[in-house]
Design a binder for this molecule. Structure first.
Ligand code: URP
Ligand code: ZN
Ligand code: ZN
Length: 506
């Protein structure tokens, strides 16, 4: 008889394809063992946890997270960032091991990020590489080893930020290598020269306040770079993902490329659904709290386009781009009091990613629960080579689960079915304050936002690590393990070139 360590009863399971009402989930050795009805009768000695009719969804996979990078000395550590992940229903993070321009080898970089993360993570984790100095030696000799031995199957390339930006020819060279190694290529698409040109003129005329950040990075800089990235990827015949998209026009470029069947993916983030650049005009210097790149957009039409892109499939993943810096700290956002160019870019959002989309998307009817699962868990798992262990609820998968509070309808149906009134009655809507969060950042852009639901329990490989009505975070640092990843199961090169010449033929 199987060794069952936990049975979750009365779940409304949703996956990216289906909803299964009144289902029990038996967990053995950290994996989902069995889905069925009345499982406690089969395993009478196993401990149980009732979901009270509420949604039980796959634990979130946040595939765009910055933790403890050298360029963010006041951001979250691996401990505090992953602690906030599990308190927001995320059980896997993919964060960055970031190469500096002066680094001639990736091996010490990866080893250093392992040192930072090892034993400190509350959730499972993997690394993407940021390539800032993609020398031929690194491309030919190091990347193949990192893919094979470290299971690092993705890179992020920057088209902007002087210390990291790559020229088009460098982007193409990297794409040629990632294509042959089956790596997923993430691209930060903004036109660096447009931004620098605008920045110089803004500063020269004394426009140094946080709002000038949005003026310096207009939509057109993202639109142009997105189109260029898509063109480069088409030339190189390589699957790409454009990260943190914010512009309607740029999303249109992606959509058209997808319609032509190019293997193109895209990601958007919570802040591009909820906030406009008006946030940068906050009182005094407070607008700095919302300085991120691409910048928050001036028009609500862009926000609507991001929502549309989630629903219509333009976006493959919904990630936090958690890249925080403390506000009230001389090395944090306040570094930029003299001029906006010194404000560290990025927002905190790891803990609020899942609940914000669940409440404003699923519970309002704007997004199906299946689409929510696809965007927040299943697709990132597939795109980044975790599709055999993470991102869905099925026998053999890691038992990474989020139990939400029953909606009023689910609570009523559960009470009717069981005749019990003892189950959870759902949750009382509340206004978020930063003190409720588990990151180590002194603000949240979501301050004051109303939430109608939140993860009630987060379960990592069968272990309850977050119990909102109990002791909160009940997992410990070190619960999370390193994930060696394989190749994307969502897309691959097509072997189709822009003309008769195959640039890879030997
Ligand atoms: O503003 C942002 N997003 N900063 C983090 C770095 C990046 O480009 O993702
Ligand atoms: Zn970026
Ligand atoms: Zn980022």
């Amino acid at each position: 008889m199987a060794d069952i360590e936990l049975i979750i009863t009365n779940a409304t399971i949703a996956t990216a394809s289906d909803t299964l009402p009144n289902t029990d989930i038996a967990i053995s050795h950290g994996k989902i063992f069995l889905l069925g009805q009345n499982l406690p009768a089969l395993f009478p000695t196993a401990p149980t946890l009732s979901a009270d009719g509420a949604y039980v969804l796959p634990g979130g996979v946040d595939s765009h997270v910055h933790l403890q990078q050298d360029n963010s000395p006041t951001g979250d550590t691996w401990e505090t960032g992953t602690r906030s992940a599990i308190a927001g229903g995320t059980t896997t993070v993919l964060a960055f091991a970031s190469q500096k321009r002066t680094d001639e080898s990736l091996f010490p970089v990866v080893e250093e990020y392992h040192r930072r993360a090892r034993g400190n993570a509350h959730c499972d984790y993997g690394f993407h590489l940021i390539l800032s100095n993609p020398t031929p030696h690194i491309l030919e000799n190091e990347l193949p080893i990192l893919v094979k031995e470290e299971g690092i199957s993705s890179v992020k390339l920057y088209m902007t930020y002087q210390p990291m930006r790559l020229r088009d020819s460098e982007l193409l060279d990297v794409m040629g290598t990632t294509r042959s190694l089956g790596m997923t290529t993430m691209i930060h698409a903004e036109n660096a020269d447009m931004i620098d040109w605008m920045t110089r003129r803004l500063e020269a005329r004394g426009h140094v306040q946080p709002y000038a950040h949005a003026l310096a990075r207009p939509n057109i800089a993202e639109d142009e770079a997105t189109y260029r990235a898509l063109s480069l990827a088409q030339l190189a015949d390589v699957p790409i993902l454009i990260v943190h998209m914010s512009s309607a026009v740029a999303a249109g470029h992606v959509r058209r490329a997808q319609t032509k069947l190019l293997p193109v993916h895209a990601e958007t983030c919570p802040h591009y659904l909820f906030f406009t650049a008006e946030k940068l005009r906050g009182e005094g210097f407070s607008g700095a709290m919302c300085v991120c790149s691409p910048a928050l957009r001036e028009s609500a039409m862009d926000l609507d386009a991001m929502w549309d892109g989630l629903v219509n499939g333009t976006f493959t993943t919904f990630s936090s781009d958690h890249a925080p810096a403390k506000y009230d700290h001389p090395l944090g956002k306040k570094k930029g009091t003299e001029t906006f160019t010194q404000i560290p870019n990025g927002l905190p959002g790891l803990e609020t990613r899942m609940p914000s989309l669940f409440c404003a998307g699923v519970l309002t009817g704007r997004l199906s629960v299946q689409k929510f699962v696809e965007l927040t868990a299943s697709n990132p798992a597939k795109l980044y080579g975790l599709s055999d262990t993470k991102g869905t609820i099925a026998p053999g998968y890691d038992a990474d689960l989020v139990i939400w509070y029953p909606t009023p309808e689910q609570a009523e149906a559960f009470a009717e079915k069981t005749g019990k009134t003892t189950g959870s009655k759902g949750m009382t809507p509340f206004k978020l304050s930063n003190a409720m969060l588990h990151h180590d950042i002194d603000y949240t852009p979501f301050e004051g936002m109303e939430f109608t639901n939140w993860p009630r329990y987060t379960i990592l490989r069968g272990k309850v690590v977050y119990d909102r009505d109990g002791a909160g975070v009940v997992g410990v640092r070190g619960d999370g393990g390193y994930l060696k990843r394989g190749r994307s199961t969502l897309s691959r090169p097509r072997g189709v070139f822009v003309n008769e010449f195959d640039p890879y033929a030997t």
